[in-house]
Design a protein around this ligand. Structure first.
Ligand SMILES: CC(=O)CC(=O)C(=O)O
Ligand SMILES: [Mg+2]
Length: 218
């Protein structure tokens, strides 16, 4: 599909948001989950995007809204069954993302064996930073990502601790479905996920690269 929108505004492209789960051992542990033998992933709709200046809105059915800070990988070139050693050629850049999660809903879904869409795919569940071209990040597996709520540090993780690397994820996902230009892959959350309330301020960043702030709406 042709588009006149620049890739630096990938959130306007209406493309897939692919989220990887349990990609950091300490986060899997804090959730009481086993380590995955292969990547676990799920999708958010493109209407989940929210940008700085607009609030994160808790869905009406959620009583326990959680933050998860994650490195996002923006696809720059169609990827269909790409081998790992060619996977990085398909990356245009990066963004910092929040995988906002209705944790109570997710727990209910897990118990009932239901998909996580209600827990993960609501409107404003994917706050996203500015686009960072890949030339500005020589090694995406050497980044420190962090998140504060009302000025207090909650999450701090190093992307070197990912269980499945970015080339592995691109290769793996692209064997299941084609990744298109403008698609975003959220690479999983480090430990320290926790609740936010109305009027809280979430600040998150990639050390030495960027930071972003979001308010949680009433
Ligand atoms: C337990 C989860 O919600 C999985 C997830 O999203 C993650 O980042 O890990
Ligand atoms: Mg997540």
């Amino acid at each position: 599909m042709a588009t006149s929108k620049p890739l630096s505004r990938f959130w306007e492209w209406g493309r897939n948001i692919v989220c990887v789960g349990r990609n950091y051992a300490e986060h899997a542990k804090e959730m009481g989950s086993a380590l995955p033998a292969e990547p676990l992933f799920f999708l958010k709709p493109s209407s989940a995007y929210v940008r700085e200046g607009s609030p994160i809105v808790r869905p009406y059915y959620c009583r326990n809204l959680h933050h998860e800070v994650e490195l996002g990988v923006v696809i720059g070139k169609r990827a269909r069954a790409v081998p790992q050693d060619a996977a990085m050629e398909h990356v245009a850049g990066y963004a910092l993302c929040l995988d906002m999660t209705a944790r109570d809903t997710q727990e209910e879904c897990k118990k009932k064996g239901l998909p996580w869409t209600l827990a993960k795919g609501f409107g404003s569940s994917c706050p996203v930073s500015d686009f960072v071209p890949k030339e500005k990040i020589p090694d995406p597996h050497k980044l420190q990502i962090w998140l504060k709520v009302n000025g207090k540090l909650r999450q701090e993780g190093d992307t070197s601790s990912m269980i499945f690397s970015i080339p592995y994820l691109i290769s793996y996902i692209s064997q299941i479905f084609t990744l298109e230009e403008g698609d975003l892959i959220l690479t999983g959350s480090p430990k320290g996920v926790g609740s936010v309330e109305a009027n809280d301020e979430i600040e998150a960043g990639i050390r030495d690269v960027l930071s972003m702030k979001f308010k949680v709406a009433q």
